[in-house]
Design a protein around this ligand. Structure first.
Ligand SMILES: Nc1ncnc2c1ncn2[C@@H]1O[C@H](COP(=O)(O)OP(=O)(O)OP(=O)(O)O)[C@@H](O)[C@H]1O
Length: 242
């Protein structure tokens, strides 16, 4: 394996997905490195879901390439990926412990891996409480623990702070940063700048299937204001769309 392959978790090149004449993805490049939190930002319809489906092997791109840890999207490389696309359906009568034990058994993961997953999402103390009594933030965290069970090296989170209160949002940011600190590559898809602003190392802004910006968030700033730069970018991209 080359050095690039070991430090690059995800590399997408010239990705196209066309639905008839509609170009949902129109030549997207994206690279997520090990230990990095990368934000995929874009308004509704930008192509974020299409891109995530393609990289999870749920949808075949029209053209372009996707490499996960240097390999194609296939059963083996997807074993390195954990994804949380929605708050997972959880059985309210079960505790977090029981939920994780079931998932571990279903996925052939050793039961000893439950403890570190619980610790990473700061759920150790709540582990014996029934999920039905959990807040939305706790459900999200348990969802992440489930995604972490098989020790993925790349984790994909879709709108991970959706519906959370400020405390939940802060906790989620802390968890995402500690995942990166453990050497996990994190890809977050969001349509809100605020969601990714404090947690991502780099972002990509996607509008109508095209990359409009990639780099550290500060690079988006207009007169020192990142939010103003972001909205300006959306407006100018909108104006220039086909
Ligand atoms: N199966 C499909 N057939 C036709 N067009 C589709 C299909 N799936 C998505 N699209 C179109 O492709 C574009 C990108 O959709 P996508 O769902 O990837 O965007 P998104 O960035 O995830 O938006 P949202 O945040 O609203 O989910 C949209 O214009 C959408 O209408």
């Amino acid at each position: 394996m080359t050095t690039t392959a070991t430090t690059t978790a995800l590399r997408i090149r010239e990705l196209h997905k066309h639905y008839g004449s509609h170009r949902a993805l129109d030549g997207v490049d994206l690279t997520v490195r090990v230990g990095e939190v990368y934000g995929l930002l874009g308004p509704n319809g930008a192509g974020k879901t299409t891109l995530m489906k393609a990289l999870l092997g749920l949808q075949r791109p029209t053209s372009g390439s996707i490499e996960i840890f240097g390999g194609p999207v296939a059963r083996e490389s997807l074993g390195e990926v954990g994804a949380l696309i929605e708050v997972p359906g959880l059985w309210p009568q079960l505790t977090a412990d029981e939920t994780l034990r079931i998932h571990a058994r279903l996925r052939g993961v050793p039961q000893q891996w439950i403890e570190p997953a619980l610790e990473l999402v700061k759920m150790t103390e709540a582990r014996s409480r029934k999920v039905g009594a959990y807040s939305l933030g706790m459900r999200w965290r348990l969802g992440i623990a489930i995604a972490l069970l098989a020790r993925p090296r790349l984790i994909i989170l879709d709108e991970p702070t959706n519906g959370l209160d400020p405390v939940g949002i802060r906790e989620m940011r802390g968890i995402i940063r500690s995942l990166a600190g453990e050497g996990v590559a994190v890809l977050i898809a969001s349509h809100q700048l605020a969601e990714v602003a404090q947690v991502c190392d780099r972002v990509q802004v996607l509008v109508a299937g095209r990359t409009r910006f990639e780099g550290p968030l500060t690079g988006l700033a207009l007169d020192g204001n990142v939010e103003a730069g972001f909205f300006r970018l959306l407006e100018t991209a909108d104006a220039g769309i086909r």
